[in-house]
Design a binder for this molecule. Structure first.
Ligand SMILES: [Zn+2]
Length: 196
């Protein structure tokens, strides 16, 4: 073993359903790294690069972050910042399995990689590549949200039907623009109220 080897890479994963505060936790860790004087790069996903403004949390916090629409775009952004020691990536679920080799390369060069993303789909299935990233991580923080029906901890979220969305101004309701430009709405749910 080489005594002067670089520090080992470190993978931190922040996972959960929608409304669990994943982006807030990601930004908290980024700010700590920046305070420590570490060269930090924050990236996120956008279905369309023209709408790339940054990371906005449900509590209104915003941080500027370059966005990529796919893994190739992500590699291009990373190539522009070869000296970053902490790389934080939000919305990791949208990059798919192609994200795994990118993360592996960053870890190989000794970077700390902080990944936030959805652990579950709206129909309560594991959402790749978060399960794989969680398995490989040095540290996993699995967050829950608050069930919009009963207030219990919510490990899941679901997509609402058109009628529910029209009447729902309730806790944890989000309107999001989907990949084809339509509007969809979601709520956090406990296991008891998921799908009901
Ligand atoms: Zn519930």
């Amino acid at each position: 073993m080489c005594a002067t080897a670089a520090a080992p890479g470190r993978l931190e994963v922040i996972a959960g359903p929608m409304f669990a505060g994943k982006s807030e936790e990601l930004l908290r860790r980024v700010r700590r790294a920046a305070l420590a004087g570490i060269d930090t790069l924050v990236l996120t996903h956008a279905f369309d690069d023209r709408y790339a403004e940054g990371i906005a949390t449900h509590t209104g916090d915003v941080m500027a972050a370059p966005a990529a629409s796919d893994v190739e775009g992500l590699r291009a952004l990373l190539a522009e910042h070869p000296d970053a020691r902490v790389i934080a990536l939000d919305e990791a679920q949208f990059f798919g399995a192609g994200l795994l080799p990118v993360v592996a390369e960053l870890l190989d060069r000794g970077a700390t990689v902080i990944v936030a993303g959805l652990a579950v789909t709206f129909d309560a299935e594991p959402f790749p590549p978060l399960p794989e990233l969680m398995a490989l991580a040095d540290e996993v923080l699995r967050l829950s949200a608050v069930c919009a029906v009963c207030g219990r901890d919510a490990p899941l979220h679901q997509r609402l039907g058109a009628g529910e969305a029209a009447s729902g101004a309730g806790e944890g309701l989000a309107l999001t623009v989907d990949a084809v430009g339509g509007t969809e709405s979601y709520q956090a749910r406990c296991r008891l109220h998921h799908g009901r």
